[in-house]
Design a protein around this ligand. Structure first.
Ligand code: KPL
Length: 506
C-alpha cells in the first residue's frame, strides 16, 4: 500500500505549545512524516515520530545568514510558541551592525513586509581552508563538547574572541555549498553525537565532504538532515537584515541514515543495475544485468529511530506554514535531490555561459541539442548509481526525456530569474559547479564513464568565473581593513551566502 502524499505538512500544534502534539491528526489520515511504500513500517515510523520525548534544548542555531538563513530565521519566529533562534554571523562587522540596529529581521513578500524580533546572535569565524584542508585556528585538535557540558581537567578549546562555546543541539546550515566546510569547522566543537544538522544546499557531495573533513568518526558524528529548497529569494544589497521572498516554493526534508544505526532491510531486494561490475574502473554492464555484486553495500531499511533533536527540528519546520515543508524517506529524498541536480546542472551553467536569464535556454534548437547531450550523460550516471540499485523505477524516473521535461518546465517557471550561479559569477564569487556538473563527472569516473559534456561545461564555468574574478581584481584596490572588518581581508567563498538565493535572483 502506498501512502505517498506529497506536500504533507502540519498546520500548527494541537496544544498550541508546539512541542509535543504537532500534526497529531496526520496519523488518523494515514499519512506520516515520511512518504513510504510499506504500511507496517510507516505505522512504526509514525508512532516513533509522535512519541512524547522532550528535547534537551529547543534553541535552533542558524549558520549562514544570507537570504535562505534570513528567510528560515524569520519564518521560524512567526509560529506559535516559536523556538529560540540564534543567528550565527561570520563577520564581527555584521554582528556589530546587528547590535547597533533595531535587532529585527525583515522579510519582504510582494508589496508587504514584516519585521520580526527576539533573535540571539553569535559570532563564529570560518576556519580558513587551503587546498581542501583546514589551516590556522581550530583544526583537528579541537575537543568536542559533550551534550551535557561537564567540567574537565583537559585544556578546553579556546574560542576566538567573541565566539561562544556553548553546545549546539539543532543547527541549520544555510551557506552556499562551497562554504559548508569552513563554516561548519567554526562550530564543530559545539556539536555532539546527538546534535542534528540540517543541510540546505544546492548540489550533491557536500555531506560526504563533511563526513570526511569535519566529522570523520561515526561514533561522535551528529545526525544529519537534508532539505531541498525551491523558494526563490534574494538579499537587497544595502540591508544585511532583510530578505526578499521572490518566488514561493517548498522545502523537502529528510533524515539521512546514520552509520551508527544501519538497520538491515526487511527483505533482500533484487539488484537492478551495475551488479556485475568488479570495481569502479570496470565499464558499465550491459543494460538489464541483474546479478547482485557481492561487494556492494547490503540494503538497509529506510526507517530509523528518531532522536529527540532530529524529531524536534523536523516537527518545528513542518509546523512553519510559510516554509511549505514536507518530509520524505531517504530514498525518495535522494531521488528528488537528483532531479533538482539535473535542473541545476543544465540551467545554472548554461545561463552563466550565455550571461542571460533562465528563459534564454528555451525555444532554441541549438541549445536543445546541448541540453540533450548533457542530459544523456546525467541520466546514464543517475541510472547506474549504486545507491539507487535497490529502488524500483529508476530507469523510468531518470529517463533523459523525462529529465528534459523537468528542466524545461523549471526554466519556464523561472524564466525571468538570474540563476544563482550566474549571480555568483557576476559578483566574482565561487560557484557551486563542483557540486553540480563536477559531481556528475566524479561519479562518472567512479563508474568508468567519461562525462565529456559535463566536464567541458564545468571547466567553462570555472574559466569564466576566473576571468571575472580577475577583472574585478584589476579594478578593486587593496585597502586596509576598517575597524571591525574581517582582519583576514579575504572576500571569502563564505561571503557568497550573503547576497544570492537558493532559487536564484530576480
Ligand atoms: C532552479 C534555478 C535554476 C532557478 O533559478 C535555481 O535553483 C538556481 O538558480 O540555483
Amino acid at each position: 500500500m502506498s501512502t505517498l502524499k506529497r506536500g504533507w505538512f502540519n498546520r500548527g500544534s494541537k496544544d498550541g505549545l508546539g512541542n509535543e502534539a504537532e500534526g497529531a491528526n496526520a496519523e488518523d489520515q494515514g499519512q506520516g512524516p515520511f512518504a513510504s511504500n510499506s504500511f507496517a513500517s510507516t505505522a512504526h515510523n509514525v508512532a516513533s515520530f509522535y512519541r512524547v520525548r522532550s528535547v534537551f534544548d529547543r534553541r535552533i542555531h542558524i549558520l549562514g545568514m544570507g537570504s535562505v538563513g534570513r528567510f528560515i530565521a524569520h519564518s521560524l519566529r512567526g509560529i506559535p510558541n516559536p523556538p529560540p533562534i540564534t543567528m550565527i554571523f561570520h563577520r564581527p562587522k555584521t554582528a556589530n551592525e546587528w547590535k547597533k540596529s533595531a535587532q529585527k529581521l525583515q522579510l519582504v513578500t510582494g508589496d508587504t513586509s514584516e519585521k520580526r524580533e527576539g533573535y540571539e546572535v553569535e559570532l563564529a569565524i570560518p576556519r580558513p581552508r587551503f587546498h581542501g584542508k583546514e589551516i590556522g585556528v581550530g583544526g583537528d585538535s579541537v575537543p568536542r563538547i559533550e551534550e551535557q557540558p561537564r567540567s574537565s581537567s583537559k585544556t578546553p578549546y579556546q574560542p576566538l574572541q567573541g565566539e561562544s562555546s556553548d553546545p549546539i543541539h539543532s543547527l541549520i546550515v544555510c551557506t552556499k555549498t562551497p562554504a559548508v566546510l569552513s563554516a561548519l569547522s567554526s562550530v564543530k566543537h559545539r556539536l555532539h553525537r546527538n546534535s542534528v544538522i540540517l543541510f540546505l544546499q544546492n548540489g550533491m557531495g557536500a555531506v560526504e565532504e563533511v563526513n570526511r573533513e569535519v566529522f570523520p568518526d561515526p561514533e561522535t558524528r551528529p545526525y544529519y538532515m537534508v532539505g531541498i529548497n525551491t523558494h526563490g529569494m534574494y538579499c537587497p544589497s544595502d540591508d544585511p537584515f532583510t530578505a526578499v521572498h521572490a518566488g514561493f516554493g517548498t522545502i523537502s526534508l529528510g533524515l539521512l541514515p546514520h552509520e551508527r544505526e544501519r538497520h538491515p532491510a526487511p527483505y533482500q531486494p533484487t539488484l537492478k543495475f551495475g551488479g556485475d561490475r568488479k570495481g569502479p574502473s570496470e565499464p558499465l554492464p550491459a543494460k538489464g544485468s541483474i546479478d547482485p555484486d557481492p561487494e556492494s553495500l547490503a540494503p538497509t531499511s529506510v526507517f530509523q529511530d528518531w532522536t529527540p533533536n532530529s524529531r524536534y527540528l523536523l516537527r518545528t519546520l513542518l509546523r512553519t506554514p510559510v516554509l511549505c515543508a514536507a518530509a520524505f524517506s531517504p530514498p525518495d529524498l535522494l531521488q528528488m535531490q537528483l532531479e533538482k541536480l539535473a535542473v541545476n546542472c543544465i540551467i545554472n551553467p548554461l545561463t552563466v555561459m550565455l550571461d542571460a536569464r533562465n528563459g534564454a535556454i528555451l525555444y532554441n534548437y541549438h541549445f536543445t541539442r546541448v541540453i540533450r547531450l548533457l542530459l544523456s550523460e546525467i541520466s546514464l550516471i543517475f541510472r547506474n548509481l549504486p545507491e539507487l540499485q535497490y529502488i524500483p523505477n529508476v530507469p523510468q524516473r531518470f529517463d533523459p526525456g523525462r529529465l528534459e521535461t523537468i528542466v524545461v518546465s523549471v526554466a519556464h517557471k523561472t524564466k525571468d530569474n538570474i540563476s544563482s550561479m550566474l549571480a555568483d559569477v557576476r559578483a566574482g564569487r565561487k560557484t557551486e559547479v563542483d557540486y553540480l556538473n563536477g559531481w556528475i563527472v566524479k561519479r562518472g569516473e567512479e563508474m568508468g564513464v567519461k562525462c565529456l559534456m559535463n566536464y567541458m561545461l564545468l571547466n567553462m564555468v570555472k574559466g569564466k568565473g576566473g576571468m571575472i574574478q580577475m577583472e574585478i581584481g584589476e579594478h578593486v584596490p587593496f585597502v586596509e581593513p576598517r575597524e571591525g572588518e574581517d582582519p583576514m581581508g579575504i572576500r571569502s567563498e563564505y561571503e557568497a551566502q550573503g547576497e544570492t538565493s537558493q532559487g536564484g535572483d530576480r
